[in-house]
Design a binder for this molecule. Structure first.
Ligand code: F3S
Length: 755
């Protein structure tokens, strides 16, 4: 139905030749990650080696996936490219905007109502531009992707941090911002710093209560939340081959929690099983035909320390179940030590809620293992002490689990089945609690457990474990319960022990679904109207940014000289503003409101040079815009670090800022600014930052000769009539200078389409 066999065949047809060319270029045997990366170069067949951790490389991903929150601006921007269709297969998944409150059906109805304009927009724009649309209730992006689109040896980007989930099917899948998704859909290259590689050798075999989740909980404990930064984590060894594809997906999913670029497993029989079970026998067969390219070279496996930048070994036969937390996913506790840690740290022992499911852990195997524990609550006459919720990852899984009686088992133990959506995992949880400030504990099978993540309450201690451990602890209602060693007192006063969980990887009767919730796009979308209400405050069609006027820029006002750290969150704050992420004008009212004004040390208070009065940054900038006056934002080191939020680049451009002049940029933000046609400049001499005075106006000279490597000249006109002149550097290449001249990168694509 929803996958693209032709595209996959094309990838496989080139694979052997490209891998061989890469081997020649690199001059040594290749890891799996390198094979996939080098076979997806934007330039085609590899001709040179790229240094890991250093070189920036242009890639051509095979697919794009977007969730409904981030898809809005990505697609509004995509419209600017003027293309009739997306350049690569793409999908939209409505999963983030559904709040869990009562149960699946009611919650879904409420969400459909509340988010109608967003869903109508996403559905219509998907229909028009050839994008697969997964309706609200169809499932969580990563589960739907692994069921339908992921394939061994492929490369995809997705606008969500847990995109790496598709590594469970041997795909390099990387979480990105909406701007990157837009670029790839528009046919542009996608840039990534060549990742370093961490090898994780898995020996032995899981047994008893230990599951795939415990592998990543252990790895998180070893590597910590920063340990994977800039790296791909590649799992291999006989232990890897023993894990189901969805178990592998769980491990890759949570690689995001160690900061990894992505994680991946080599193609194996378990992946073939899953492909066949999910109606993709043809892809399994095609993968078989190129399987030597879907794993690292033998020399790598024989001597991994030589080929990976870091190597870790885990023996699955000895791996204990883990519980990680609270407040950070890398605080890893083997189950046998956990009760002691709870007591010593004075964490609330009473477990109030156990939540299973989410994109991380809602495979059929996960649900069967959990149900085998849940079933014992009834059969052993145990009173379930905690609330319990189940979030299926997709309608395919939910329908199949219902047919096979698993959901009934959860309901029998008092569980509530929530909509197939992110729900409590993203904080979309109207939790019923007497006092939200009360210290309390919950445990989930999700991935993130930062303060406030699930229910918005700073006092909630959230722990992360496998779904079967979550289920056992929910029955006990006690964080200190160890199902491997402890007994529980049942309603008859007897001491009973829970049996080990039993799972079934693929449903014996096969997967089934009545309505998967998929809307295929129109064959010819040219007549389809994109639905955006002109009175909407959540969505607004974009107008192209104006082209450069062809002259130097004169008499620009200083908008703000930001002091110290200025992340994309300071530039475009999240929280309540996310509601407006599809409405550039409205969300621009948060522009730079978190930045500290150098002159008064306050946030969101800058001098309006036209009136001499202080006002909020967006208000002052709108006053300049209304007066037809451009402005400059000055910043310190590493300006724009943090998430790659494209709004942080679009808002200043939209409100009429002409240049961002800083001591240094975070690279992604610098690139985002360039794409929006903004001047992104750095002080040639960082000390010149001190020359900027509050009442300055700027001239930026040299633009008519704007060229790679040639600095621009900045003239500061001070209020007392004196001037300072200094140089500003830039990193624009020829193509990026064209973006500036055209007003934005997408303007160029549109011009080419119209040519
Ligand atoms: Fe959604 Fe949570 Fe996954 S927010 S995409 S279920 S990490």
């Amino acid at each position: 139905m929803a996958f693209d066999v032709d595209m996959i065949q094309r990838v496989y047809a080139n694979l052997g030749e490209r891998v061989e060319a890469a081997r020649q270029a690199v001059g040594k045997p290749l890891t799996l990650s390198e094979k996939i990366l080098y076979s997806h170069l934007f330039s085609g067949t590899p001709t040179q080696a790229f240094e890991r951790g250093k070189a920036y490389v242009d890639f051509a991903p095979d697919r794009v996936a977007m969730q409904d929150a981030t898809a809005q601006m990505a697609l509004l921007q995509f419209m600017q490219a003027g293309r009739p269709q997306v350049a690569v297969p793409s999908t939209v998944h409505c999963d983030h905007l559904i709040q869990a409150e009562v149960g699946a059906d009611q919650d879904l109805d409420v969400a459909k109502n509340k988010n109608k304009e967003v869903y109508d927009f996403l559905s219509s724009i998907s229909n028009k531009y050839g994008i697969g649309f997964w309706k609200p209730g169809a499932g969580i992006i990563h589960q739907v992707v692994i069921e339908n689109y992921a394939f061994p040896g492929g490369m995809m980007i997705g606008t969500d941090s847990h995109t790496p989930n598709a590594g469970g099917l041997g795909m390099i899948a990387i979480g990105v911002g909406g701007a990157d998704a837009c670029d790839v859909m528009a046919g542009l290259a996608w840039e990534l710093k060549m990742p370093k590689l961490i090898g994780v050798k898995l020996t032995g075999k899981l047994s008893g209560w230990a599951s795939a989740k415990d592998v990543i909980l252990r790895v998180a404990g070893i590597l910590t939340v920063k340990g994977g930064t800039g790296c791909i984590v590649e799992y291999f060894g006989e232990g890897a081959e023993s894990l189901s594809a969805t178990g592998k997906g769980t491990i890759c999913n949570m690689g995001a929690e160690i900061g990894a670029t992505t994680s991946i497993f080599a193609y194996d029989e378990k992946m073939a099983d899953y492909l066949r079970a999910t109606n993709r026998a043809d892809i399994a067969e095609a993968a078989e035909g190129v399987k030597q390219h879907l794993r690292s070279d033998d020399e790598v496996y024989a001597d991994p320390a030589t080929y990976y930048d870091q190597l870790i070994e885990i023996n699955l036969s000895e791996l204990e179940p883990h519980i990680n937390g609270p407040f950070t996913p890398d605080l890893a506790w083997p189950l046998s030590n956990f009760a002691k840690a709870v007591k010593e740290n004075n964490w609330p022992e009473r477990l109030e809620v156990g939540l299973i499911g989410s994109c991380t852990n809602s495979s059929y195997e996960d649900l069967t293992r959990s149900a085998s524990v849940a079933e014992q609550a009834v059969s052993k006459n145990l009173k379930v002490r905690s609330e319990f919720t189940v979030t299926p990852g997709s309608e395919l899984v939910r329908f199949t689990a219902e047919r096979d009686g698993l959901l009934q088992t959860f309901e029998n133990m008092g569980g509530v089945v929530l909509a197939n959506a992110c729900g409590p995992c993203i904080g979309q949880w109207a939790r019923h609690m007497d006092d939200p400030t009360r210290k309390n504990s919950i445990i989930t099978s999700f991935n993130r457990n930062f303060a406030k993540r699930n229910d918005g309450n700073a006092s909630t201690h959230a722990f992360v474990a496998s779904p079967e451990i979550v289920t056992a602890l929910a029955i006990a209602g006690d964080l200190t319960f160890n199902p491997m060693t402890d007994t529980l007192t049942n309603e008859a006063g007897e001491q009973v022990k829970l049996d080990e969980p039993k799972g079934i990887e693929q449903p014996v009767k096969g997967y089934a679904v009545e309505d998967a919730g998929y809307q295929a796009p129109a064959e010819d979308g040219s007549g389809v109207q994109v639905i955006v209400s002109p009175t909407s405050d959540r969505l607004q069609l974009l107008a192209p940014f104006a082209a450069w006027e062809g002259t130097d820029l004169k008499r620009l006002k200083l908008l703000i000289k930001a002091k110290g750290k200025c992340t994309t969150d300071h530039i475009s704050m999240a929280g309540p503003w996310l509601k407006y992420r599809g409405h550039l004008d409205n969300i621009s009212n948060n522009m730079l409101i978190g930045a500290v004004n150098y002159y008064n040390e306050q946030t969101n208070s800058v001098k309006n040079q036209l009136t001499g009065e202080y006002g909020p940054v967006p208000t002052v900038q709108r006053a300049y815009k209304a007066a037809g006056i451009g402005s400059v934002v000055v910043g310190d080191e590493n300006y724009g670090e943090g998430s790659s939020r494209e709004h942080a680049a679009m808002e200043p451009r939209f409100l009429g800022v002409r240049a961002i002049l800083v001591r240094s940029f975070a690279r992604i933000h610098e690139t985002n600014l360039k794409k929006q046609g903004m001047l992104a400049l750095t002080f040639a001499n960082p000390a010149d930052y001190d020359k900027i005075l509050e009442d300055d106006t700027f001239d930026i000279n040299g633009l008519t000769g704007f060229a790679p490597g040639r600095p621009l000249e900045i003239v500061l006109n001070h209020a007392d009539g004196t001037t300072d002149t200094f140089l500003a550097n830039h990193t624009y290449n020829e193509g990026q200078i064209e973006w500036f001249k055209a007003g934005a990168a997408l303007n160029i694509i549109r011009m080419k389409q119209n040519a």
